[in-house]
Design a protein around this ligand. Structure first.
Ligand SMILES: [Zn+2]
Ligand SMILES: [Zn+2]
Length: 110
């Protein structure tokens, strides 16, 4: 079952991303937030793929908050498929400052 996460920065950037996988895709894909420095935004990429690329521009992107649930994570915003996303702060793709925070999103999908 997929979940979603909201990202918000004090600069005004905010977005909501689907993470995890839908019922039809469970085990074959697992979407996770990543930063595209070309598009200057967050994108959801399949973390099970061998390379991670922006779905919009094709640039390579870095997965965010790549911690497993068993790792010590100070503040977990959301967890899905055995992975945990720390609430942050993370580097914001728009203002480049460490002020991007994640919180559980309102979307559920399957
Ligand atoms: Zn991009
Ligand atoms: Zn920002």
């Amino acid at each position: 079952m997929g979940a979603s996460v909201s990202a918000d920065c004090m600069c005004g950037y905010s977005d909501e991303l689907r993470i995890g996988a839908g019922a039809a895709d469970a085990g074959s894909v697992c979407y996770w937030p990543a930063v595209c420095s070309q598009c200057r935004k967050l994108v959801a990429v399949d973390r099970l793929a061998s390379g991670h690329q922006c779905p919009d521009c094709g640039a390579s992107v870095e997965l965010l908050g790549d911690a497993t649930v068993n790792d010590w994570v100070q503040d977990i915003a959301v967890e899905s498929s055995g992975h945990a996303l720390a609430a942050g702060p993370h580097a914001c793709p728009v203002c480049d400052r460490n002020r991007l925070l994640f919180s559980p999103g309102s979307l559920a999908w399957d």
